[in-house]
Design a protein around this ligand. Structure first.
Ligand code: FAD
Length: 382
């Protein structure tokens, strides 16, 4: 058993950290305030492979594995939650299914664009009336000759305004239950697609979250991703991978808030000494150090299992559930350690506290993660 990163992984981590410190951190407050990502930084990402983390080199990516992707997303999350969420959705939710199920023609068309640093991809699953319960999604695709005609509404979708392609979860057979869904590759400028203005959110404000209407959109039959009727299975499998990424992002947010809290606790004085000398503050620091370490281990284990081709559904759910709840506690306490200053937008912990709140909701709520873990555990122990 080896708990250490390899020298290549450490080099990559250092390079990503330097990039994040120089290109993302100085703009994170502005990204939050203006609700706009810092595209100058995203355009520089291809040089490090950050927009093509798992895209094969032949299509312009770095061809990394899940561990490398987790390292990168954690580092981005440590400094800018909005950028990390948009890149995480781009990598795991849009590029992931295309890499896995795309035909050569589909990959040649979209992957180089997605790796280019000019776009960020999107996956549209959620609907106004179906989030956790995706088997009740209503967006329909009806086959007419050599095209699919798509009608419906998606809600809460990350990145569509930047996407050259929106991987869209549609119902292609009303009678077939969970075997009646398929994934279609839909371009935002196809006639009948409307992207609505970004939602006004509590946090992650730079990462656009939009509603999408599909009004009789004619999609070429060749834009079917993978097999017809396999969409539900594809989505569940894609979300397993996405959960590792949200776990890594949660660890990053917790790590960033933790570092801010430790720095502040060593500077701020109360009752004649630095507040870091008070035991109550030390206990918060100790708990955060412990929980971040444990969360990171769970995330890395799930990523490693995936890279080994082993089952990782339960482990990804555990990693996401634990890491997101750790992010909540650590960011809460980091703000507490800052006292009133933590409540001020002048200090980054205020933003991090708001940003982390999504982590126990997106890509499967904590309740859904517990359902996944319980089902797998009960089946294993039957
Ligand atoms: C910033 C942001 C970005 C997002 N990005 C994307 C994206 O890129 N693509 C995409 O498709 N979606 C995206 N989403 C949507 C997100 O994945 C869903 O909102 C999430 O899965 C929860 O669905 P819901 O909001 O419909 O909640 P619901 O499913 O309505 O759940 C409401 C509450 O009921 C609980 N609940 C539901 N069912 C059960 C049950 N069986 N047992 C116990 N409790 C239950 C839930 O845990 C939750 O607490 C995003 C959302 C946000 C806020």
């Amino acid at each position: 058993m080896n708990f250490e990163l390899s020298s290549e992984q450490i080099m990559f981590q250092r390079a990503v950290r330097d990039f994040c410190e120089g290109e993302l951190k100085p703009y994170a407050a502005e990204v939050d305030k203006t609700g706009t990502l810092h595209w100058e930084a995203i355009q520089k990402m291809p040089a490090l492979g950050l927009t093509g983390l798992q895209i094969p080199e032949e299509y312009g990516g770095m061809g990394g594995d899940s561990v490398l992707a987790a390292i990168a997303i954690e580092e981005m999350g440590r400094v800018c939650g909005s950028t990390a969420l948009s890149v995480s959705a781009h990598n795991g939710l849009c590029c992931g299914p295309l890499i896995r199920w795309g035909t050569k023609t589909q990959k040649e068309k979209y992957l180089p664009l997605l790796a280019s640093g000019k776009h960020l991809g999107a996956l549209a699953l959620t609907e106004p009336n179906a989030g956790s319960d995706l088997a009740n999604a209503l967006t329909s695709a009806v086959r007419q000759g050599d095209q699919w005609v798509v009608t419906g509404t998606k809600a809460w979708i990350t990145n569509p305004q930047f996407a050259p392609v929106i991987v869209t979860f549609t119902r292609t057979n009303k009678e077939a239950g969970t075997r009646g869904f398929s994934m279609l590759l839909i371009e935002p400028d196809m006639p009948g697609v409307t992207l609505h203005p970004p939602e006004k959110k509590m946090g992650l404000k730079g990462s656009p979250t939009q509603m999408i209407s599909y009004d009789g959109v004619a999609v070429p039959a060749d834009n079917l991703l993978g097999e017809e009727g396999r969409g539900f299975h594809q989505v569940m499998s894609t979300l397993d991978g996405g959960r590792i990424s949200i776990g890594a992002l949660s660890v990053g947010l917790a790590q960033g808030a933790f570092e801010e809290a430790v720095k502040y606790a060593q500077q701020r004085r109360a009752f004649g000494q630095a507040i870091a000398q008070h035991q109550a503050i030390q206990f918060m620091i100790a708990d955060a150090a412990l929980e971040i370490e444990a969360a990171r281990l769970l995330v890395m284990r799930a990523a490693w299992l995936r890279d080994q081709g082993k089952p990782f559904t339960k482990e990804a759910a555990m990693a996401k559930l634990f890491a997101s709840e750790v992010a909540e506690r650590v960011c809460f306490n980091a703000l507490q350690i800052h006292g009133s200053y933590g409540y001020s937008a002048e200090f980054p912990v205020e933003r991090m506290y708001r940003d982390q709140r999504l982590m126990s909701i997106g890509e499967g709520t904590s309740q859904i993660q517990r359902m996944v873990i319980a089902r797998r555990t009960l089946a294993e122990m039957h």
